[in-house]
Design a protein around this ligand. Structure first.
Ligand code: ADP
Length: 612
């Protein structure tokens, strides 16, 4: 039978060239890439959204800032056309002129909520101001060095954001040249607009907004710390120009960004008090003013959203990867289980085939054994029968004598009876007839024994048998020989000794034992045959047949139960008696053993007891 294993058992197939490990690494890399891609894409989308929102906010913030400025744009123009203003410049010493303009400026400033309105002559000296009656009044101060004065003189109008040199208050200075009847310009009227409130609004809205001037200096911001500082370090010329004009008071003009980089659309990190304000920075230019409005949008929410999306993607990817790994492991397990099942089935089939082979062989052996047993049994039956015939032959001479004697006696009785009949001795005739009847009965008895003995009986038919009666019957068959050889027989078998046996077979066994005993005692001086029976063990009867013969020599002892073993001269013994007897006894469920007693041999027969 072939024991070769199938190829798929010894070399499991691999779905991935690098093996299971590489396959898992590839899966892990894919999940990682997916997570990273989800993070970057979501962050990008978030930033785009933040930028769009920033631009919208910037448009609004610019509109608000422009409205705050434009609201007052007309005011210096109107005041420059005012005759009282022009008259004051034409004749500053005219009585009541200054007082009248001061009052006018004060009233207009209060009504329009501007920080200050003032009028400078052609040399920059302030002739009249709305704060004429306040401690920090502009009246008498010269602002000829301020750009809003010079620009207005030069171009007719100016706009300038700066910190007031007198009040230290920042504001937008809107200047307008006052025409003169004698020359082009008599002086400059200025409206200072306070834009500080705008910053408060930005702060309250949580927005980070900055406004820088043309030099890049932040002058309006939602965060106070950012004000009057340039984004990047200023050139020395710019610094000295701004200091000379005192545009931002005594600010040290320290740059906001140490590396000074502000790229459009990039993120920015600005120090804000103790913390850092960071975000995407979006600018919008206000070219007419030379200003730039900056919106700094925090990127925290976009980052958080990107992290969330990446985490969700990662978890989903991991779950998918686990599911894939589990499925692949399950597939692998199923495959190996299937291979094992196939191998097992193959082995079972082989084993079944082997078993059925063995079974067939066993059946053949059994039927062979049965045939042999049947043949053996037939031979045994034949042998038993032959043994019985041998015993018959042995005893027939004695029986012949036993029958001839009664026949002779019968003939004598008949002759004497005839005589007594003629004499008329009726009583003797009757006695003789009685004796003759007894003699014929004796003959009939002997013949019946012989018939029973010679009959071939089938095995296995056992019944309760009286041991004493069977021994008596066997002794009966040997009666002639016992008498001729002058054997003393003692028979101590209790009348209630009942065994389970086949009567004829048991008789054959006893007959064998007795014949052997008689044979052994042939040359002995004393001839005794003792039969004793006792209940031992409790479930059996033990019959001991002891003689006073030669006994069994120790070298013969192991062989006496062998078939055809005999020590008797040729023609006298077949060597079958003991072997057949032990067979019969074993068939009956008993045992037969041999030994030597004080004088001769002792044969012990044990048979199962039967209840009456
Ligand atoms: P056979 O009587 O034909 O020899 P058996 O099987 O009956 O065959 O006996 C075998 C032998 O056992 C006898 O030849 C004899 O030597 C021995 N044997 C049997 N019974 C006795 C006995 N009672 N005393 C002495 N020897 C015996």
């Amino acid at each position: 039978m072939s024991k070769a294993r199938p190829a798929d058992l010894s070399a499991p197939r691999r779905a991935f060239p690098g093996g299971v490990g590489a396959w898992r690494w590839a899966l892990a890399a894919a999940v990682l890439t997916l997570t990273l891609a989800a993070f970057l894409l979501t962050l990008q989308a978030g930033h785009d959204q933040v930028r769009r929102a920033s631009r919208q906010r910037l448009v609004i913030a610019e509109a608000v800032l422009r409205a705050a400025i434009d609201r007052y744009q007309y005011l210096p123009t109107v005041l420059a056309l005012d005759t009282q203003v022009q008259d004051l410049l034409a004749d500053p010493d005219a009585p009541g002129a200054i007082t009248a303009v001061n009052a006018k400026f004060e009233a207009i400033a209060r009504a329009s909520k501007v920080a200050a309105i003032y009028l400078m002559d052609g040399q920059g000296l302030t002739r009249s101001a709305s704060n004429w009656n306040q401690p920090l009044s502009f009246v008498g101060s010269s602002y000829a060095y301020r750009p809003y004065f010079r620009d207005a003189l030069a171009t007719g109008a100016s706009r300038y954001f700066g910190v007031g040199t007198t009040t230290q208050q920042p504001g937008l200075f809107i200047g307008k040249a006052v025409p003169s009847p004698n020359g082009p310009t008599a002086g400059v009227v200025v409206v200072k607009v306070d834009l500080e409130d705008l910053q408060g609004e930005w702060r309250r809205a949580g927005e980070q907004i900055l406004v820088s001037d043309a030099a890049g200096i932040v002058f309006l911001a939602s965060e106070p710390g950012w004000k009057y500082r340039p984004f990047r370090r200023l050139a020395a010329a710019d610094t000295s120009r701004i200091r000379a004009a005192q545009q931002y008071g005594d600010s040290d003009l320290r740059p906001l960004l140490e590396d000074g980089r502000v790229d459009l659309g990039e993120t920015i990190r600005l120090p804000a008090g103790g913390r850092t304000a960071s975000g995407l920075v979006e600018p919008i230019a206000m070219p007419d003013l030379g200003w730039t409005l900056w919106y700094v949008a925090p990127t925290g929410p976009a980052l958080r959203q990107a992290i969330l999306v990446a985490a969700a993607t990662g978890i989903a990817g991991l779950a998918l990867a686990f599911a894939l790994v589990a499925a692949s492991q399950r597939r692998q397990r199923l495959r190996s289980e299937q291979s094992m099942r196939i191998a097992l089935e193959r082995r079972v089939a082989e084993r079944t085939h082997d078993l059925s082979d063995a079974n067939a062989r066993l059946r053949a052996e059994i039927s062979e054994r049965e045939r042999a047993t049947a043949a053996l049994r037939a031979t045994q039956d034949e042998l038993i029968h032959a043994g019985r015939l041998a015993a018959l032959g042995q005893i027939s001479t004695a029986i012949n004598h036993e029958i001839n004697q009664p026949l002779a006696a019968l003939r004598t009785f008949l002759a004497s009876t005839t005589v007594f009949l003629e004499r008329g001795d009726e009583s003797t005739v009757r006695r003789n007839l009685q004796r003759m009847t007894e003699v014929t009965q004796r003959i009939a008895e002997i013949i019946r024994h012989l018939k029973d003995f010679a009959r071939k009986t089938g095995p296995g038919h056992s019944e309760p048998v009286r041991l004493a009666a069977t021994a008596e019957a066997a002794l009966d068959l040997l009666r002639v020989r016992l008498r001729a050889e002058d054997v003393t027989v003692t028979c101590a078998i209790p009348a209630d000794a009942l065994v389970r046996a086949e009567p004829v077979r048991l008789e054959q066994v006893l007959l064998n034992l007795m014949v052997n005993a008689l044979d052994a005692m042939r040359g002995a001086s004393e001839r005794r045959l003792d039969l004793t029976a006792r209940r031992e063990p409790a479930s059996c009867w033990q019959l001991v047949v002891a003689d006073s013969g030669s006994g069994i020599s120790p070298e013969h002892m192991p062989q006496i139960f062998d078939p055809f073993f005999t020590t008797k001269p040729a023609g006298e013994g077949l060597g079958l008696g003991l072997s057949l007897s032990s067979l019969i006894v074993r068939d009956l469920g008993g045992s037969l053993t041999a030994g030597n007693g004080a004088r001769g041999a002792v044969l012990t027969l044990v048979l199962p007891a039967a209840e009456a």
